[in-house]
Design a protein around this ligand. Structure first.
Ligand SMILES: [Zn+2]
Length: 432
């Protein structure tokens, strides 16, 4: 039996209090086995958390991790033009090897910034699952189906693949990989396909992850065509469910917020992407007040442009206040919960809290920095002042992924070089 002791630091507890404590984790079960007074626990190996704060590993509830290859390739355009003119032409050239290289880069970036779990939407999912396995992280993965612009055969093949991947990869990486069925969005998958394939996913108890109500352009066509709001349309198809979460949920009206709450459907809020693409401001405080589980995601690196969940927490707090026109809305404690416990609840992992019995997924923040001084309120610091680069150690499932800012699960230099090469060759092919 091998046990790791995270010792000498302060610990963020599930009720958001901070106490001096050591955390003992089992590397066999991957669980936290004790949180106790300093000096009372022993482990076979130690992680030094002195001058540090131990927090739950952050949960990135919506991303496209391999899109790191497109980081900075095209900025400053609205969603529709950006997708059609820049993103999709390049994505059409992506090979499995490109996706592996981009995924590894994204996972290294996440480990360095304290993220231990992600929910991803993409393709070549086996490559992403392999990369997650090597990274030692937890992930909910899936193949994203699009039917617009495809003939019936190609459209059906996409949806079949999304079902197949969800069935096949669930439980991969010793159970650290779970899966979702993924219709891309309510406007990019035709109604006849949703009505045929969503019941199949539900029959197999598959969770569902889709984009919804991201921009006004996604709302108007549905209202025009179906005479109902997008989430009412989604509910009519059976998409809204306790195991479903939608990315974005920016343009939702009160009736849709009620529908999300009644059906137990979650929301992955992506504040930086919503701001960068000028998509709008999600009514996050209203969603939370209604009882909707809201997590936080970075979305892909092309619309962010990084995968740092500390940036994302700060953005969520800031835009949440603007959206509510209320400086007390989406407060510091709320965004910390959104990035930890809420995200874990959306993804279905027993993580997101430093507590005996929970998954041993954690990060240690180095507090010994000018921008984290003085330490009046460490929850405030997590929301507003900590950067991803302040993370000293990252642990997932009891295994050390990064120790003293050195990533142990990948050769970081090699990952960066390979990703740069793949990105350069990809853009060259797309330009031809
Ligand atoms: Zn997305």
């Amino acid at each position: 039996m091998s046990e790791l002791l995270v010792t000498g630091g302060q610990v963020l507890r599930p009720d958001l209090t901070v106490e001096r404590a050591d955390v003992l984790v089992s590397q066999d079960s991957g669980d936290i086995v004790a949180v106790d007074d300093p000096g009372t626990l022993d482990g076979d190996d130690e992680l030094d958390a002195s001058d540090g704060l131990v927090i739950p590993g952050l949960v990135n509830a919506h991303t496209h991790v391999a899109m790191t290859l497109l980081r900075g390739l095209a900025d400053d355009k609205p969603l529709d033009a950006w997708l059609q003119e820049d993103v999709w032409p390049v994505e059409a050239e992506l090979t499995a090897d490109d996706i592996r290289a981009g995924a590894e880069l994204g996972l290294v970036e996440m480990i360095r910034s304290g993220t231990t779990a992600l929910s991803d939407m993409y393709f070549e999912v086996e490559e992403i699952a392999d990369a997650v396995d090597q990274a030692g992280m937890r992930a909910v993965l899936g193949f994203t189906a699009v039917t617009v612009g495809k003939d019936d055969e190609a459209a059906r093949s996409d949806l079949e693949e999304s079902l197949d991947v969800a069935r096949k990869l669930d439980g991969a990486a010793d159970g650290r990989v779970r899966t979702t069925f993924q219709p891309h969005s309510l406007t990019t998958v035709g109604e006849e396909y949703l009505r045929e394939f969503v019941p199949q996913a539900l029959e197999d108890d598959l969770s569902i992850h889709l984009h919804a109500n991201e921009t006004r352009d996604e709302v108007t066509p549905i209202v025009d065509e179906h005479g109902q709001r997008p989430l009412a349309y989604a509910d009519d198809i059976g998409l809204l469910d306790g195991d479903t979460y939608v990315a974005h949920g920016v343009h939702v009206d009160d009736s849709e917020i009620d529908l999300l709450a009644e059906t137990g459907t979650g929301v992955a809020h992506c504040p930086a992407s919503n701001m960068k693409l000028a998509s709008g401001m999600a009514p996050v405080q209203d969603l939370l007040d209604a009882g909707v589980t809201v997590g936080i995601g970075t979305d892909g690196a092309a619309s962010n442009n990084d995968l740092d969940m500390f940036d994302e927490m700060r953005d969520a707090a800031m835009i949440g206040k603007l959206a509510a026109d209320d400086a007390s809305a989406v407060d510091a404690g709320t965004v910390v919960e959104m990035a930890t416990a809420n995200g874990a609840a959306l993804l279905g992992f027993d993580s997101g809290r430093i507590e005996t019995g929970a998954n041993a997924d954690l990060a240690v923040i180095d507090l010994d920095a000018p921008h984290l001084t003085p330490a009046h309120d460490l929850v405030s610091h997590l929301a507003y002042a900590v950067h991803g680069s302040d993370v000293r150690h990252t642990v997932c499932d009891g295994e050390v992924l990064m120790r003293d800012r050195t990533v142990e699960v990948f050769d970081e230099q090699a990952v960066r070089e390979r990703a740069s090469e793949h990105a350069a060759s990809l853009v060259e092919r797309a330009d031809d």
